[in-house]
Design a protein around this ligand. Structure first.
Ligand code: PBG
Length: 333
């Protein structure tokens, strides 16, 4: 055949392919999510094989391991003891609470590791919502924000580097920025869950923290988070959220979940010059683990291909429970 263009010319050898490779993965792209609890040992999470609830001693060892593998940021989520959960979730700003203690210890023992936090009431709320639920069953926006600001400041006081509001209340990024600045934490960054969808992919995470919305006898509790998290059918709306977060002072924008929302990552990458993060969430992790356990897919290849897809779509950072495995596979390559 008389062909001028033969794209296969550049695929002939591994060295040629690497010369023209457009995207790559590095352990410093990853943010490693970790669950902490008050227990005295490690507790496996049923729907997330390989992920655990960590006690603080073992947490330090695990973060040390992540550091050795080249990971430079972790995000902490608390499994709060049931008696501490209340309707307003006030435990979230207890300076002696689980998360502030974990941050303080981590920053003391591994000061160079970047520590990110999650800001939302759900792990602390007996109703399982990210905001305060009124007696009529409405998740209150403005009332919740004051609590989120106190939570963020408490985390900053403990030494957090990046505050991650995941609650999807309107105006929370601006309010948290102001609260942090007022307390002298102008150097603490905000990684906003900008386009967070009301997704079924969070199931295993809610099991890990026992934080799913739950009915009580005292008031109607919304069964899902669709009055504040985004409708999976919407893409343009993500751009509105991104514009607002940017105006309000977010430092990094996040899309969540990741895999079913690659188009949203791509759109935000075009819309904003800020770093974009993708959250490869618990349900995505569980699906890969389950299929790999059955021998139906090749775990390493599937995970690395998936993580690379986030970079290709335009993400700079990836929150992933595969962080340590992926970092060690990359090292062996
Ligand atoms: C809490 C929060 C959730 C996740 C991160 N922060 C759950 C939710 O919104 O219900 C999910 C993470 C995952 O599934 O891996 N606001």
């Amino acid at each position: 055949m008389d062909l001028t263009y033969r794209p296969r010319r550049l695929r002939r050898s591994s060295s040629l392919r690497s010369l023209v490779q457009e995207h790559s993965l590095h352990p410093t792209d990853f943010i490693y999510p970790l669950f902490v609890h008050e227990g005295v040992d490690i507790e496996p999470i049923r729907a997330m094989p390989g992920a655990n609830r960590w006690d603080l001693d073992n947490l330090i060892a695990e973060v040390e391991r992540a550091w050795q593998l080249g990971i430079r940021c972790v995000v902490l989520f608390p499994k709060v003891d049931e008696p501490l959960k209340t309707e307003d979730g006030a435990e979230c700003f207890n300076p002696d609470g689980l998360i502030p203690r974990a941050i303080t210890r981590l920053k003391k023992e591994l000061p160079d590791m970047t520590v990110m936090t999650d800001v939302a009431l759900d792990p602390y709320s007996c109703d399982g919502h990210d905001g305060i639920v009124s007696s009529q069953g409405v998740v209150l926006n403005d009332e919740t924000i004051e609590f989120l600001c106190r939570q963020a400041v408490t985390q900053a006081q403990a030494g957090a580097d990046l505050i991650g509001p995941s609650d999807m209340m309107d105006g929370r990024v601006g309010a948290i920025r102001e609260a942090l600045d007022e307390e002298g934490f102008e150097h603490v960054g905000i990684i906003s869950y900008t386009a967070k969808y009301s997704s079924a992919y969070y199931g295993p995470f809610r099991e890990a923290l026992d934080s799913a919305p739950r009915a009580t006898s005292t008031k109607p509790i919304p069964k899902d988070k669709s009055t504040y998290q985004m409708n999976p059918a919407n893409a343009r709306e993500a751009i509105t959220e991104a514009q607002l977060d940017e105006q309000e002072g977010a430092d990094i924008l996040m899309v969540k979940p990741g895999l079913a929302y690659l188009d949203i990552i791509y759109r935000l990458r075009k819309e904003s010059e800020l770093p974009i993060a993708a959250y490869n969430v618990s349900g995505e992790y569980a699906m890969v683990k389950a299929a790999a356990e059955k021998g139906w897919i090749e775990e390493e290849a599937v995970v690395l291909e998936t993580l690379l897809s986030f970079k290709r779509a335009g993400a700079d950072l990836i929150l992933t429970y595969h962080a340590c495995d992926a970092a060690s596979w990359l090292r062996e390559k």
